[in-house]
Design a protein around this ligand. Structure first.
Ligand SMILES: Nc1ncnc2c1ncn2[C@@H]1O[C@H](COP(=O)(O)OP(=O)(O)OP(=O)(O)O)[C@@H](O)[C@H]1O
Ligand SMILES: [Mg+2]
Length: 480
């Protein structure tokens, strides 16, 4: 039983009539039960391949077949979309799971469903509204629904981009050892297509496919994958220009609660900390520990249940910190990339042509050449391209403090480099930034201090080389 792609090409048509070749001449086959990792730069065609296999789009040229028939059937493969929130249609986790397994014999599915829910820590979340879940929790729900779908293929589009290291390990181990536990309707296990930006994850898969600008550039065992020539470790923490301590945000006794079934549950507990001018701080913590909520409080976007967030020199409610949200696709709004990014520059008083000039410069810096991208609709871009637009649109805001929530997810190596370049620029300009990330090694390179959060509490506030960071990371299950 297999899927065959024969010289497949996909061309997208834009509103202005122009065309984009997202895939060209792709030929390969995938057998039932196979585990395949798909890698490739932003815009290389990975999500397009996912849509093809799920039967959502059809090839413009060539042919894709499943068991010899054209792959029109939407029921063959389950697709867990790149942006986990896009999968969600229910109100609560329980409802989402029921919608997923609806129609499949309950006696067969329920033991497997219960096992998966407890393995992925979702039992406590069952009655929570999906709209309230953290990014990582939402991703886990989308994943478990994909695994429970009982389809012949499960296509996971960057499924670990918001997971912490323990959840990431769990998923990969699970996919590698998976047998009949996630599958009931068919005799053999489903094929898994695992799209990722993390080459280290691809190493676990027996087969890796690489796409390069729409073409299949590699298909083989991970050991044979050519090494990328990019130097991945630029200089460590650059020194700030302004090393004298000057508090810009002071947080005291911050508590945040949410109501759950008529009772109050704590999201943040007694957080006290200070951000100094020019600080470069990383925030690390397990899925659902309160990182994004803390970021929102620092940006003045939430009212504390108790305690205070006070702005000092250079930061005010009129000139607040700027936040790059965890799913920055959601902050895109304009018809063109140019208008979207220029909005922030116009907002700080630049006239139209100065704002456009700055926008073009920033677009080039984030790896979206203005000449090619400025007239594109931001909504027609690939996942990583959208994130670059969002990064550009915060970078033009000229803030004193930036808060970036998992800014590396969905970015390829060039995107990482562009982001690091932006952080370096802020560092030399004395602009403070706070970065939330599960990628501890990367955070250590680009920040000077770290806040480790666990279950809403600040477990540690320390400079990176501090021995305590290793112990605290171990305590929260992050192996370094
Ligand atoms: N709906 C669309 N309309 C027009 N062009 C599109 C659309 N979706 C994707 N594209 C373009 O097709 C190409 C391939 O996009 P695709 O989303 O498949 O890439 P990707 O490899 O998944 O990238 P990423 O790593 O950024 O998620 C890109 O040039 C992108 O701009
Ligand atoms: Mg994609």
């Amino acid at each position: 039983m297999q899927w065959c792609l024969d010289q497949v090409g996909v061309v997208y048509r834009l509103d202005d009539g122009s065309r984009i070749a997202a895939l060209s001449g792709v030929s390969c086959s995938i057998r039932q039960g196979e585990r395949v990792a798909v890698i490739g730069n932003n815009g290389s065609g990975k999500s397009t391949l996912a849509r093809l296999l799920a039967g959502i789009i059809q090839p413009t040229t060539g042919r894709i077949t499943h068991e010899g028939e054209d792959n029109h059937d939407l029921g063959t493969a389950a697709l867990v979309l790149q942006n986990p929130g896009d999968n969600i249609i229910g109100e609560t986790v329980r409802e989402e799971i029921e919608l997923t397994v609806g129609g499949v014999d309950d006696a067969v599915t329920s033991p497997r469903r219960d096992a998966l829910l407890s393995q992925y820590g979702l039992v406590e979340l069952l009655d929570r509204p999906l709209a309230e879940l953290s990014g990582g929790e939402t991703q886990l729900v989308a994943l478990v629904c994909g695994l429970l779908s009982g389809r012949r293929m499960v296509v996971l589009d960057e499924p670990t981009s918001h997971l912490d290291p323990p959840a990431r390990r769990l998923l990969i181990d699970h996919l590698m050892t998976q047998s009949s536990d996630t599958h009931d309707q068919f005799e053999s296990t489903p094929a898994v297509l695992f799209i990722t930006q993390y080459r280290d994850e691809a190493q676990y898969f027996p087969r890796v496919i690489e796409l390069d600008r729409g073409r299949l550039s590699f298909d083989g065992a991970p050991e044979e994958l050519p090494v990328r020539d990019r130097d991945e470790s630029p200089d460590d923490n650059p020194l700030p220009v302004d090393s004298e301590s000057r508090p810009i945000v002071v947080v005291q006794g911050l508590n945040q609660s949410r109501s759950a079934n008529g009772e109050s549950a704590a999201v943040l507990k007694e957080i006290t900390l200070t951000v100094q001018a020019g600080d470069a701080i990383g925030i690390v913590g397990p899925i659902g520990s309160g990182k994004t909520t803390l970021g929102y409080h620092l940006a003045g976007l939430m009212e504390p249940s108790a305690g205070t967030v006070e702005y000092r020199q250079g930061v005010s409610t009129a000139d607040p910190p700027v936040v790059l949200i965890q799913f920055p696709e959601r902050q895109l709004f304009a018809e063109t990339v140019l208008d979207d990014v220029a909005f922030g520059a116009r907002n700080r008083g630049l006239d139209r042509s100065a704002a456009a000039a700055q926008t073009r410069q920033v677009l080039d810096a984030v790896g979206l050449p203005a000449a090619e991208f400025e007239q594109r609709s931001p909504f027609s871009l690939s996942g990583g391209q959208k994130r670059r637009v969002a990064l550009a649109s915060v970078a033009v805001c000229g803030a004193t403090l930036y808060i970036l929530d998992e800014p590396t997810s969905a970015l390829d190596a060039d995107g990482h480099a562009a982001l690091e370049e932006q952080l370096r620029r802020w560092r030399t300009e004395g602009v403070a930034y706070i970065v939330i990330s599960h990628d501890v090694d990367w955070l250590r390179r680009v920040t000077e201090r770290v806040w480790i959060i666990d279950k809403g509490r600040l477990l540690l506030d320390a400079h990176w080389p501090d021995d305590a960071t290793g112990a605290a990371l171990e305590q929260i299950g992050f192996v370094v």
